[in-house]
Design a protein around this ligand. Structure first.
Ligand code: EPZ
Length: 416
């Protein structure tokens, strides 16, 4: 397994271009299942998770060509089953459930199972699909769903669920009648998906708010569309600028998707200048500790919690970081403590007392965003950090070591 070797102490400087959003590309690629014909999706990132969903879609009979611009044709779906060995490597595979039931009238999708950050059930996806009239049974670890034609309904999500909202929004596009999603998630990736579906002929209003209305249509047609920039990758690089005291311009991003993080970094003392599709972030000097509480969008993103904890580990003062979305998303804390961080977990919160310097050490990645936080910590640490299980980071960051090296970081990938 590859390792990442980071020698800390370099200040980052220069421009870095942001790739397409993983969490927008995945549902958009799944939406091709709703349509007979060739779609073209631009700005698809080159990530392990994208390769995984391509394998899954191919196993269903979907034809695909291209990389960054991806042509996808689900004209001949030959199989409606998403197998456990594919789904267990990427939970977002559950996103084929809604489109398959809507288009084919049936689907058999493996339950994703838990992951490092939590149990992550899909009960809300299943409940909503039943409310759309699907007959759903759970058997041998699979969700089996059937419906001659889904029927529009008014649905209330107990919890704001991103892929739950996406799954049901896709299913509802071909339902008979109108569906209302109440307490829908408001992440920008949902608005991006809604834009793609509308381009296919779906009738959707309210995406990006907590109430989405979908008027079912008989069929959809192919579309050409683009994936939005990855706000979590952009946020990770903003924090990299802060933790190294550097001066970095994040290019090809959407600053409106990063307002919660920008506010926090300004409170911490970073200089952040925002333009239409770029952000300039300058660190410099010791930053002040700030408190952070993760919340569904537009609150502070849980996917940037580990990364800002690395920054708080070397800031001046005490920071209380509260994780309200997932029940076990502090796996990076133990590894940061091995690098000299002073962090105590108290229930859903981590109390982070800033230290002057972290020390490089061998550390282990446990999940995608924890890996990113350990790379950030390594950039600021004295000495060398060796990060193992780097496959976690490759799921969600396109050649992160190349982008960081281009900014002046001393980081290299070592085949393990
Ligand atoms: C999406 O996961 C993202 N993944 C996650 O990003 C992100 O952390 C998460 O949203 C929260 O923003 C993709 O978009 C592919 P949820 P998702 O359903 O949809 C509970 C990354 O690093 N819940 O919004 O799976 C759930 O357990 C990944 O890129 C239920 O209880 O998250 C969690 O506590 C990690 N039942 C909360 O809701 C359900 O049926 C929010 O989860 C569904 C969710």
């Amino acid at each position: 397994m590859d390792k990442m070797v980071i020698v800390g102490g370099e200040r980052l400087a220069g421009d870095v271009r942001i790739s397409g959003a993983k969490n927008a590309a995945l549902p958009i690629m799944a939406s091709a299942l709703l349509v007979d014909g060739w779609n073209a999706f631009h700005n698809i990132p080159d990530l392990a998770d994208i390769r995984t969903i391509k394998r899954l879609l191919r196993s269903l009979g979907v034809e695909m060509e291209g990389e960054e611009t991806l042509q996808v044709n689900a004209g001949r779906i030959t199989n409606c089953e998403a197998s456990y060995d594919l789904v267990r490597t990427m939970r977002a595979s559950i996103l084929v459930l809604g489109p398959l039931v809507a288009r084919m009238g049936e689907a058999r999708v493996s339950l994703p199972g838990g992951c490092a950050i939590g149990a992550r059930p899909v009960n809300l996806h299943i409940k909503a699909l039943q409310e759309l009239g699907a007959e759903v049974t759970l058997k041998d670890g699979y969700v089996e769903a059937k419906a001659s034609r889904l029927k529009g309904a008014s649905i209330y999500f107990d919890i704001s669920t991103v892929t739950g909202t996406e799954n049901i929004m896709m299913a509802a596009t071909l339902a008979e009648g109108t569906t209302v999603l109440n307490n829908a998630a408001r992440e920008p990736e949902i608005a991006n998906l809604a834009e793609v579906l509308t381009g296919m002929g779906a009738r959707i209003s309210g995406a990006g708010t907590d109430t989405i209305v979908i008027e079912g249509v008989e069929s959809l047609h192919p579309v050409e569309a683009a994936v939005i920039p990855d706000r979590i990758e952009a946020g990770t690089f903003l924090i990299a600028a802060g933790i190294t005291g550097g001066d970095v311009r994040i290019v090809g991003c959407n600053p409106l998707h990063l307002e919660a993080l920008i506010a926090k970094l300004r409170d911490a003392g970073m200089r952040i200048d925002v333009a239409d599709d770029s952000i300039r972030a300058a660190g410099g000097g010791t930053l002040k500790s700030v408190d952070v509480k993760t919340l569904p969008y537009p609150g502070f993103p849980t996917d940037l919690q580990a990364q800002i904890m690395a920054l708080m580990a070397v800031s001046d003062g005490l920071s209380i970081i509260t994780e309200t979305v997932f029940e076990n998303r502090f796996m990076h804390v133990g590894e940061m403590i091995r690098m000299g961080a002073d962090i105590v977990i108290q229930g859903k919160s981590a109390v982070v007392r800033g230290v002057p310097k972290l020390r490089g050490a061998p550390v282990m990645a446990t999940d995608l965003r924890a890996s990113a936080s350990l790379i950030l910590a390594g950039l600021a640490a004295e000495g060398t950090t060796v990060l193992s299980r780097v496959y976690h980071i490759d799921r969600g960051y396109q050649r992160i070591e190349k982008k960081l090296s281009a900014l002046g970081a001393d980081i290299r990938r070592v085949a393990g």
